[in-house]
Ligand binder design. Structure first.
Ligand SMILES: [Zn+2]
Length: 248
């Protein structure tokens, strides 16, 4: 297991410990017992900017799709985390009280994350309503991978008010929506689709990032440890990008 602090140890002051002594393994156990399983995907700033000075971003970027960050999917980790609503902090509610905008996520001590990393909640689903432009071929691309194995229905409506039914008029395969018959929205026109998604967040702020601590609980020496990291997260589609391309 990785440790982000040094291996140094220091003698403990003689006498009783101070009133506060964090028991890090206990906090880790709490996160594992009370938490939910999330996938953490690191991301880096997309280098496809127009210059170093500003944040203007190339339109139609092939690397990031206009997101301004490149997600390193192959570097993802699946870990336990506790998510709680910021607005209900005083109630210390965990799991299930997620404000539509921001929430606070807590990891075990060995998890480190950074701004704009992507957090996916694996075992639950939410709903996303997307406006899609009908392409010229048979397949259109969805913004998110639909959540599988859930009972949330799909709704699809074109600009003429025509409704289309999943597995009758179209099929879903990961982010691909493939039209099955000649009954489909007109090419180049927009349609609206509501579908189940894996709840997907972005790290907006890292809290406790640099809160240093020397653990000496039930040990002879003091050693540096990282305190569990907290982060403020926001729904991916509500997290504003800085460049000149609006998120879908
Ligand atoms: Zn880009």
């Amino acid at each position: 297991m990785s440790d982000f602090a040094s291996q140094n140890t220091y003698p403990k002051r003689k006498g009783k410990p101070g009133r506060i002594d964090f028991n890090i393994p206990e906090i880790d156990r709490l996160v594992e017992d009370q938490g939910i399983m999330v996938r953490v995907i690191p991301s880096v700033l997309c280098p496809n900017r127009t210059d170093l000075g500003g944040t203007n971003h190339a339109l139609g970027c092939d690397i990031c799709g206009g997101d301004e960050v490149v997600d390193l999917d192959e570097e993802c980790q699946e870990v336990w985390a506790v998510i709680q609503s910021i607005k209900h902090n005083k109630d210390a509610q965990v799991q299930g009280v997620w404000d539509v905008k921001d929430a606070l996520i807590t990891f075990k001590k060995d998890m480190r994350l950074y701004y704009w990393w992507k957090i996916e909640v694996l075992d639950f689903s939410s709903i996303f309503n997307q406006i899609v432009e009908r392409g010229s071929g048979n397949t259109d691309k969805l913004r998110y991978t639909p959540a599988a194995s859930c009972d949330t229905p799909y709704y699809l409506l074109d600009k003429n008010g025509n409704k289309y039914i999943k597995d009758t008029h179209y099929r879903i395969d990961n982010r691909n929506l493939t039209w099955l018959t000649s009954a489909k929205p007109v090419s180049g026109k927009l349609y609206s689709i509501s579908y189940p998604v894996i709840p997907t967040f972005r790290v907006l702020e890292t809290v406790h990032e640099n809160r240093y601590y020397y653990e000496s609980f039930k040990s002879k020496e003091k050693r540096p440890v990282n305190l569990p990291q907290h982060a403020v997260i926001r729904w991916d589609y509500m997290a504003e990008r800085s460049g000149n391309k609006e998120p879908i």
